[in-house]
Design a protein around this ligand. Structure first.
Ligand SMILES: [Mn+2]
Length: 362
């Protein structure tokens, strides 16, 4: 197990009076052990106790060659894995439970009296994962550098007549070519009306002269996600589009300026949101300003107006304000990832935010 991360988890458990907990999310188990194990519907449970005696309860179908630094407890398909797990827990003490542990397991553990009280243990590990250690920061930088490069290669493919789906397929291809494991989320390649709908699903509509095009893309490199959005224009950009673009750009810059230790997450949201409201577009900015990111594209830690958590060095999150006006078929979003430093933040995306108009031959 990664001793630094494990120690941080155990210290936090002590602080919060959760003497034992069960972690089942494969991402959290990877974070601590360095090993991906995808058990499907079968039980996989990392049991942590502040006094040591940690166990990984795992099905025999997933043999482990490498020493994971934790004692493995095996069970077979014909056995009750939760009952085996319950033999190791302290039944008279509080038990932290992973927020995504299927209730079929939790209910069984409750039937067996596997704890005096059951609480959500996930915030412990979520808050620790939110602050990236040096190794993770380096991986996040690398992942975003590749994303800049993919954006640069993608934009020339934005031409009149290409469907959203064709452009979307291209995105997936470019990440493979760049040496990524794949995309970190379903890419968004949306023209005009689609761009103006934040929940738009990629379809076969074609890009036309004068369209704004939202490109919201990210890849997975060495298990770490990238995520960036740029909005470009086909053939020409109207005065109205330019006005909206510049408001979103300024909101993005103001959000980034507010991303520093001591500020709250909501200060980043409000810095972007207040500016968009001031300019009269408040009703068209319908989502939160961003989200934390790391092993997953969307991680615990919203950049929203209600998150009052204080920002800490090492956090990585997106700043992605947008304006979406359905009746005008205009949508603009500009997104960068930031890594919080001791006195501000490092913007992980270097790709230009100047207005880009791709030629369409007219
Ligand atoms: Mn994002």
């Amino acid at each position: 197990m990664n001793q630094g991360r494990l120690t941080r988890v155990l210290d936090s458990m002590k602080e919060q009076n959760i003497p034992q907990m069960i972690i089942s999310d494969p991402l959290a188990i990877f974070y601590l052990t360095g090993k991906w194990i995808f058990p499907g519907e079968r039980l996989l449970a990392l049991y942590l106790n502040v006094n040591g005696n940690h166990k990984l309860v795992i099905n025999k179908l997933f043999p482990q060659e490498k020493d994971l630094g934790v004692e493995l407890v095996w069970y077979e398909d014909t056995q009750d894995g939760v009952e085996i797990l319950s033999n190791y827990v302290e039944k008279d003490k509080v038990m932290g439970i992973d927020k995504i542990w299927p209730s079929k397991f939790l209910i069984r553990l409750m039937e067996l009296g596997g704890g005096s009280k059951f609480v959500n243990g996930s915030p412990i590990i979520d808050y620790i994962r939110m602050v990236k250690d040096d190794e993770e920061q380096e991986l996040m930088r690398k992942s975003s550098l590749i994303n800049d490069d993919v954006m640069d290669k993608l934009i020339p493919y934005v031409v009149k007549g290409l469907t959203e789906q064709e452009l979307n397929d291209k995105v997936r291809e470019l990440y493979k070519e760049a040496g990524c494991e794949g995309v970190s989320f379903a890419p968004i390649t949306a023209y005009a009306k689609g761009a103006a709908d934040p929940h738009h699903v990629t379809d076969n509509s074609k890009g036309k002269h004068g369209d704004c095009v939202i490109l919201d893309i990210g890849g997975m490199k060495d298990n770490y996600a990238s995520d960036m959005t740029r909005t470009v224009f086909i053939g020409e950009v109207s005065e109205r589009q330019k006005e909206i673009y510049n408001v979103v750009l300024e909101a993005n810059l103001r959000g980034i300026a507010a991303a520093k230790p001591g500020n709250r997450m909501c200060d980043v949201d409000l810095a972007a949101r207040n500016y968009i409201e001031e300019k009269g577009f408040g009703q068209y900015f319908t989502h939160r300003t961003g989200h934390s990111i790391g092993l997953e594209d969307h991680e615990f830690g919203d950049v929203s107006s209600v998150n009052t958590d204080i920002i800490k060095p090492g956090q990585v999150f997106s700043v992605e304000p947008g304006i979406y006006i359905a009746e005008e078929g205009i949508g603009v979003r500009i997104e960068d990832l930031v890594l919080v430093t001791e006195d501000g933040c490092e913007v992980l995306n270097k790709y230009t935010k100047d207005i880009i108009v791709v030629p369409d031959g007219e």
